[in-house]
Design a protein around this ligand. Structure first.
Ligand code: HEM
Length: 127
């Protein structure tokens, strides 16, 4: 017969895998500590209110992961265009995001699911 699938209407599996809102905030916070400790890219974050940036990133990752959040910040081109970022800068940040997810026991396939959602943003940030 035709049985309704048990899939949730909205797919929040990645959101769950990241530890919901609390887990995402911890991952973002950990990433920002690593980023601002990294001499290759720390200079970009000088003078930036990191608490606000953490909240914006958490909203964005939460929404991307299918969680009950809405990112209301600037689009990625607008937020980064004055920074003049390189591909190496982008890769450095991704490296720290991976380390932060690793530290918070996110499984590699779930790490890759989040990274796959972020990867297309590179072309909006790097010339
Ligand atoms: C996948 C990669 C990235 C994502 C998803 C991302 C996401 C974001 C978000 C959501 C904001 C907040 C925008 C707003 O508040 O309107 C932001 C701002 C910012 N990002 Fe990124 N970002 C990425 C890569 C980078 C890289 C590689 C750097 C530098 C190495 C960087 C440096 C900054 C800085 C300095 C700000 C604050 C800009 C300002 O307030 O004027 N971001 N980013």
């Amino acid at each position: 017969g035709c049985v309704a699938s048990p899939e949730p209407a909205e797919d929040d599996r990645l959101y769950q895998a990241l530890g919901e809102r609390e887990g995402i905030e911890r991952i973002v916070e950990d990433m920002l500590i690593r980023v601002t400790d990294d001499v290759r890219i720390a200079h970009y974050f000088r003078g930036i209110p990191l608490g606000d940036l953490r909240d914006e990133l958490a909203d964005q990752f939460c929404e991307l992961a299918g969680g009950p959040c809405e990112y209301t910040g600037r689009d990625m081109r607008e937020a980064h265009e004055d920074l003049d970022l390189s591909r190496a800068d982008f890769n450095a940040l991704v490296e720290h995001l991976i380390a932060a997810m690793e530290r918070h026991h996110v499984r590699v396939p779930d790490q890759n699911r989040l990274l796959a959602k972020l990867a297309p943003m590179e072309r909006d940030m790097v010339d």
